[in-house]
Design a protein around this ligand. Structure first.
Ligand SMILES: [Zn+2]
Length: 473
């Protein structure tokens, strides 16, 4: 890296928007393969300061907010490595083929994918691999310690009800800085290649709808470089604390999903709680994403009752998710298969942080039956957990290690966990991304192919969100 390259630390501390020029330094493998195809101009980065993505940006910077040409976002990358197919040995995928291309971006979308021209007037991707931007599909951007000092979680407060009592104490204080901290955590996610998140946001009597308002302010400040969908989350129970009125209010405040929490162990009534959630989602045309930590009979009955209700409501198919759903890990194999089949039939997805240790989720079984599987960091650093890195590519890597997805093919497929199920190649090795008209939300990183990216979790060098170059080192 040369002197003009931005340090990651500075990005995290100060930057809102970074402007990419040439991104010349090649990884070792790319330098060998790509040296004759492209130049290696010095990397160029400009650090911006300020709290908003609309901060002043050099007028000649392509695809950046405030460039005097906002919304146009027309430019090209050259020396872009894209996957083009699989090579087989003994009927097994042995290698992923790649070639260098020019990728044109216009109005936030992929405008063309053309044969490479190293001399083109374009931003030099330096032979780096282009992948779809990552998506963190389960996180709590509204309540985090991130942006403040390190603090590990405490041994006490183990149950969800303990945690509710703790939140009733600390949330008023957290709300004072929650907009700032949400912006910091968004910058962390961006630095790890995510330009989109599904964030749960606390809706409960202690915070009212203020946590939602504070997060919406942070998202507004960051909207040029980051997208989100929001889940109104009754973190303190719908009935355990009186939250149904607030949930109705939140449903009319620009959220996308109605959340839920452990209907039996927190609210004491599976049907009453699920019925409220489903009915509210139907009334306001929202999706559903329910935190389900509880196991045992009540956990299973919750899953089965939700399946029953969603099957009867086609509008909710494909828009309903269970987050965590640890109960699936505790079922016997035959029951896991039966439930996976039912979930797929009802169009209900599972959002998992890929836990390990005592709880191994049946992710391979979910994939086998075609259940949509998503992942997220959940917590980066907060009172619930302290292990989040911000990288969902790391989650894909953990999944591959945990379930033995170690072949070229299996590793390449595992990338979908990080991208919200977009893969550059289909299972036959035909290129399906990027296509003209796709959103120009992408990353560039030092890897020769998806499989290597999942295996090694290289640093993300460039992030583009809907044509906007957010971050480049
Ligand atoms: Zn969560």
């Amino acid at each position: 890296m040369n002197d003009s390259t931005i340090s990651r630390k500075n990005f995290i501390r100060n930057a809102s928007v970074l402007v990419a020029g040439g991104t010349g330094l090649l990884g070792t493998a790319q330098r060998q393969e790509g040296a004759s195809d492209g130049g290696s101009e010095g990397a160029l980065g400009v650090e911006m300061t300020g709290s908003g993505d609309a901060a002043a940006v050099p007028a000649n910077a392509p695809g950046t907010p405030g460039s005097g040409d906002q919304g146009k976002k027309n430019y090209s990358f050259k020396n872009v490595r894209l996957e083009t197919g699989f090579d087989y040995e003994d009927n097994e995928v042995a290698h992923t083929r790649t070639e260098l291309f020019i990728v044109k971006v216009a109005d936030g979308k992929i405008a063309a994918v053309l044969p490479n021209d190293p001399k083109a007037d374009a931003i030099d991707a330096g032979g780096r691999l282009m992948l779809p931007a990552f998506k963190d599909m389960h996180i709590h951007l509204d309540k985090t310690f991130y942006g403040g000092p390190w603090k590990a979680r405490q041994k006490k407060n183990r149950s969800v009800r303990d945690m509710i009592a703790l939140e009733q104490q600390i949330n008023p204080e957290l709300l004072k800085t929650s907009t700032f901290r949400a912006e910091k955590i968004i910058e962390l996610l961006q630095s790890k290649g995510s330009s989109f998140a599904r964030s749960h946001v606390n809706i409960e009597p202690t915070s009212g709808v203020q946590s939602l308002k504070n997060l919406q302010q942070a998202l507004q400040n960051k909207k040029a470089g980051f997208g989100a969908e929001l889940v109104a989350f009754p973190q303190h129970g719908l009935y355990y604390t009186a939250s149904t009125g607030l949930m109705r209010e939140a449903a009319q405040m620009g959220i996308d999903f109605i959340g839920g929490l452990d209907p039996q162990s927190i609210d004491g009534d599976i049907e009453r709680s699920i019925n409220f959630t489903v009915d509210l989602a139907l009334e306001f045309n929202k999706g559903i994403d329910i935190h389900l930590h509880e196991g045992g009979d009540s956990g299973l009955r919750t899953v089965e009752y939700l399946i029953e209700r969603v099957k009867a409501q086609p509008a909710l198919k494909g828009k309903t998710f269970l987050s965590h759903c640890f109960v699936l890990a505790r079922l016997d194999k035959a029951k896991q298969e039966a439930i996976a089949d039912s979930l797929a039939g009802a169009g209900i997805g599972i959002v998992s942080t890929i836990p390990f240790g005592g709880t191994i989720m049946p992710i391979p079984t979910l994939y086998k039956y075609g259940v949509t599987v998503l992942t997220g960091n959940d917590s980066i650093i907060d009172h619930w957990n302290t292990f989040g890195t911000g990288s969902v590519l790391q989650k894909a890597s953990l999944m591959a290690q945990l379930y033995g997805y170690s072949t070229e093919f299996d590793l390449s497929r595992s990338l979908k966990l990080a991208t919200g199920n977009i893969l550059p190649l289909d299972d036959k090795g035909k290129r399906q991304w990027p296509k003209v008209g796709d959103k120009a939300s992408l990353v560039l990183l030092d890897a020769s192919c998806s499989a290597e990216a999942v295996s090694r979790v290289p640093s993300v060098r460039t992030l583009v969100h809907e044509g906007m170059i957010v971050y480049s080192v």
